[in-house]
Design a protein around this ligand. Sequence first.
Ligand code: PLP
Ligand code: COI
Length: 335
Amino acid sequence: MDIKKTLLSPEKLKPLYEDALQLKFGKMFTDYMFTLNYAEGKGWYGPEIKPYQPLALDPACAVFHYGQEIFEGQKAYKSKNNEILLFRPEENAARFNRSMKRMSMPEIPVEDFLYYETELIKLEERWIPTLKGTSLYIRPTGIATEPALGVKPSSEYLFFIILSPVGAYYSSGFKPCSLWVSTEYARAGEGGTGAAKAGGNYGGSLAATAEALRKGYNQVLWLDSKEHRFVEEVGAMNIFFVMDNKLVTPPLAGTILPGITRKSLLQLAKDLGIEPVERMISIDEVVDGISAGKVTEIFGAGTAAVISPVGKICFKDKEYVINNNETGPWAQKFF
Ligand code: PLP
Ligand code: COI
């Protein structure tokens, strides 16, 4: 579908950031956004690239009441030869559609998704930072826009893409972060929406995250909802353990997000000489393993977080320090 483009005159363009390394995650946005509409019986229509601007939405829109919303997170980089590189974008397009389907929202053909986002990114090329540790974060989003209060799938949707130049996700940068294990809250349950990138999963996690912060930790390490025993993931990343010289991560059983970084690490591990293992890991095995020196590294992996070493874990009010609270060799290598 041809994209309608409304372009700004050069003097209306925003000034670029001064130092990409100082950028706060997701606070600054580029000059343009992409939008696409959907109506039942008509399908997706009206692709547009236009100046970044607020959305005008009816307060009755389904997204505000029943949370029919999903999103993706991707990054664009510049190569040494000044080409624009996206990291496995077809994986994000496919996951976007799996999330849409789970939330009873209409899918967007993968080729269209990729075409729309690359057209926007090409136009916004000047915003892609080039320093190590920086990138242009891409946020494709789908929302339900039918103004109707009945609980049912919306008959209208909006798909939009916004772009944000970013540095490190955590204010600690690449320094190890600390995790608090929640034994009461759960992020997702069997049969729920944990494997979809649905906004509600994140909204529901904020109370536990606030508690983690109050206790002096950066993020929550989530356990399974049934027994509060098996490790699942962290708020914005999948989790990896170096245990007995193997790279161990929980399996994809429907309650954790199938991370694209996670999938990449499992593939890379073989090339780098560490055996990847997907299996259930109890929190007791983790803390006993740290104490016994069997768990030598823990790190999270995700688009925003990249590789985020974990230096401390708090479980039942006891703190466990991993690798002297320093970045370990595997986290460094994967980063
Ligand atoms: N888990 C959660 C809950 C996330 O929000 C993310 C981030 O997207 C990830 C894991 C990592 O997924 P990915 O590597 O695809 O970014
Ligand atoms: C990402 O890593 O892209 C995410 O979506 C995580 C987060 C900022 C919600």
